[in-house]
Write a protein that binds this ligand. Structure first.
Ligand SMILES: Nc1ncnc2c1ncn2[C@@H]1O[C@H](COP(=O)(O)OP(=O)(O)OP(=O)(O)O)[C@@H](O)[C@H]1O
Ligand SMILES: [Mg+2]
Length: 182
């Protein structure tokens, strides 16, 4: 049983899954009120400073999971709601899986951004793998050079607010995605 658990009504279960979030919430004085409106605790989450940058080196399945979890942690700290936290986690997984599958290794870098007063998450996935010959084709739903579903890049693009794919044959691939807290 988590301390204070019964006071967390109105707050997504996803928020209590993560230890960092638990710590954050425990340190807050008042939790959400009887409606789903964010209470002072959530507002204090939104105002919390977060680490400047989190870098996750991707070279194994475990690293993909780590990147996914770190992305969710940052999304929670920035004040994204539960469904958006999941969208961000999925998009990061897809990019991390692509790094693993097509480049073998690379990095996911997570950071906080700001645009017109709104906080957001900035995700950069970069590798020095073989690169992508035709980035327009690679972004098309169903296009895959490995006989897969071909939905990773297009799906990640749909889940985020901003998406940029840059790639050079023989040099590598960098995807930058952003999403803003509404
Ligand atoms: N980091 C990368 N380096 C080189 N090629 C890549 C990279 N990421 C994607 N690609 C290329 O772009 C194509 C489309 O990627 P996408 O993630 O959309 O689909 P997929 O990986 O083939 O299938 P799915 O993600 O649905 O399992 C890939 O098949 C691959 O050819
Ligand atoms: Mg993929």
């Amino acid at each position: 049983m988590l301390p204070g658990r019964t006071h967390w009504y109105g707050i997504s279960q996803a928020l209590v899954e993560n230890e960092d979030v638990l710590r954050m919430w425990r340190s807050a004085t008042v939790i959400a009120g009887p409606t789903n409106e964010p209470g002072p605790a959530l507002r204090s989450c939104r105002d919390m400073p977060v680490a400047d940058e989190v870098r996750v080196a991707i070279a194994s399945d475990d690293d993909v999971l780590t990147a996914r979890q770190q992305a969710r942690t940052l999304a929670v700290a920035l004040g994204f709601w539960s469904v958006e936290q999941t969208f961000i986690a999925i998009a990061v997984s897809e990019l991390a899986l692509n790094i693993l599958q097509y480049a073998g290794r690379g990095d996911i870098v997570l950071s906080e951004g700001e645009q017109r007063g709104a906080r957001g998450i900035i995700i950069e996935a970069r590798d020095e793998g073989p690169g992508i010959a035709d980035t327009t084709l690679a972004l098309r739903e169903g296009y895959s050079t490995s006989g897969r579903a071909g939905l990773g890049l297009s799906g990640a693009k749909r889940l985020m607010d901003e998406f940029e794919l840059r790639s050079e044959r023989g040099k590598g691939t960098t995807v930058t995605m952003k999403k803003w807290v509404r």
